[in-house]
Design a protein around this ligand. Structure first.
Ligand code: F0G
Length: 482
């Protein structure tokens, strides 16, 4: 495995790959970082990548690919219908998941669109461990609503619970009773629960949820976008799976589900996405929507080159040395930050390191978007771009009032096999400086606020002149250093 013990006794993450192609990045002076943040309307989504030093916005579509993935892209069979490339991908997916049918889609949210259109009816409720932004948008746009059943530990910033993404079985039974099974569109389990800090779901929990759904005739949907991290945690945190091979764990998970879907921008380190299903009737219903919204059935909006890269990437996901790389770097970043007193979500999850903005910026009221303000401040202090995962990422209630998020997190995503340990240490150092100067950070307010998924392209402004003061303090403390 890829954590080694040094002579000092320290456990150091070790990269199990070497870098053979590089992209130059720019670290702008603090004044220019401030200027780009202004131009981006204090929304890290609107920054230009050329102004960004380390792009930790997301792990989506920005993972490093292997030489074998690039090689496979050269063998792509370009055809609208019946491409060999598609059949290769279908065979890989059937082999790994053991499910009968595969429907391609251009990315994860496209799968959510198709699943919502197929299973959600107006007035129905989808039950889930926790929502993801695009999942929620598709369910509500189709007239349904959703209810979250994450266990209480899931909302605790610091916990010893190894599987904080688990569904609370008591809440699930109660919700089924309360709504009645006919009103429930589906139950959804999200692997590596994104919005609560990339926290995994245990096999025991999936088994129990599946048993309850099957006995009640309720469809169980699995969002496998963050499956690779979740597999790593099942293997390393569940003593029952220490000796299991990765593929057998995937097979077991898939055997519990009715539908599995994924964003291949995360799973398989490629692009695209897809839906797996064994039930013929459900397959036929969803199949109708693929040519309508995505593309013909043998590409579904993906390019043949993406599909080739995905086939290889999925097979490589069965290798613990490959899937361990992000979780061990996340853990290293979390530990660096904790050592400097910075509050982060623990235990460290997959996907990224999540800084707790509620504590970091406890002086900023929640309706002034503390996590959004922290994300903007981190960029000014470091050139590192991260993502707000808090109230800004929520949709307003029907009556226009703010829906306050349960957690206010600044997410430093760790794209797979992209950053080195020294870059990670730099990030921790600058965030530690920011933490010492946290009182300088102020709130944000919208100047342009889109109705749906406002966090993507909404524009904001700082309340008061805090951004300038922060840059000035940086200059004072670091002199000429970037
Ligand atoms: N489900 C989960 C759990 C996700 O994390 C994402 C995307 C999606 C579905 C949608 O997939 O982007 O391919 O359409 N998460 C990205 C992120 C955007 O940055 O966390 P998509």
């Amino acid at each position: 495995m890829s954590k080694v013990t040094f002579l000092s006794g320290e456990n150091i993450p070790l990269e199990m790959h070497k870098v053979r192609m590089v992209q130059k990045v720019n670290l702008l002076p603090v004044e220019e970082r401030l200027q780009s943040m202004r131009e981006a309307g204090f929304n890290t989504f609107l920054l230009k990548n050329r102004d960004v030093f380390m792009d930790m916005l997301t792990d989506s579509g920005v993972n490093a690919m292997s030489q074998n993935q690039y090689a496979a892209m050269m063998q792509a069979d370009d055809s609208y219908a019946g491409s060999e490339t598609y059949y290769r991908l279908e065979a890989v997916l059937q082999d790994i998941f053991g499910m009968k049918h595969f429907l391609p889609a251009h990315q994860g949210r496209a799968c959510e669109h198709i699943i919502a259109k197929t299973l959600v009816t107006p007035g129905s409720v989808a039950l889930m461990n926790y929502h993801f932004t695009t999942t929620k948008a598709h369910i509500t746009l189709t007239g349904g609503s959703l209810e979250e059943l994450i266990g209480d530990e899931g909302f605790k910033i610091n916990s010893d619970e190894p599987f904080k993404g688990d569904i609370d079985i008591g809440k699930l039974n109660e919700a089924i009773k309360r709504h009645g099974k006919d009103k429930i569109s589906f139950v959804r389990i999200e692997a590596g629960t994104n919005l609560i800090g990339g926290q995994p779901v245990s096999m025991a929990n999936m088994r129990e949820v599946s048993r309850i759904c099957r006995s009640g005739g309720i469809k169980l949907v699995y969002d496998a976008s963050l499956l690779s991290d979740n597999l790593y945690f099942i293997k390393t945190r569940d003593p029952g799976y220490q000796d299991a091979d990765i593929k057998s764990i995937v097979r077991e998970i898939a055997s519990l589900m009715d539908i599995v879907y994924f964003s291949a921008r995360k799973l398989g380190s490629a692009r695209g996405g897809g839906i797996l299903v064994s039930d013929d009737e459900l397959f036929l219903k969803m199949r109708e929507l693929v040519p309508l919204y995505e593309g013909f059935l043998t590409y579904g909006g993906m390019s043949v080159r993406e599909m080739e890269a995905l086939s290889v990437g999925l097979q490589e996901t069965m290798d613990i040395d490959v899937i361990s790389q992000t979780p061990i770097i996340v853990e290293a970043l979390c530990n660096e930050l904790l050592a400097k007193g910075v509050p982060v979500v623990t235990p460290p999850g997959g996907l990224g390191c999540h800084v707790d903005a509620m504590q970091f910026c406890s002086h900023i009221p929640q309706d002034q978007y503390p996590a959004g303000a922290l994300a903007a401040a981190i960029f000014i202090a470091s050139g590192v771009r991260c993502m707000e995962r808090g109230t800004m990422s929520e949709q307003r209630n029907e009556d226009g009032s703010e829906r306050m998020a349960e957690m206010e997190l600044a997410r430093l995503a760790v794209p797979r096999r992209v950053f080195t340990l020294s870059q990670v240490k730099y990030t921790a150092d600058r965030i530690a400086w920011l933490y010492q100067n946290r009182r300088l950070i102020g709130g944000l307010e919208f100047t342009e606020e889109p109705k749906v998924l406002r966090f993507f392209f909404g524009r904001l402004q700082p309340i008061g002149g805090w951004a300038e003061q922060l840059a000035e303090q940086f200059r004072k403390d670091f002199g000429d250093s970037l």
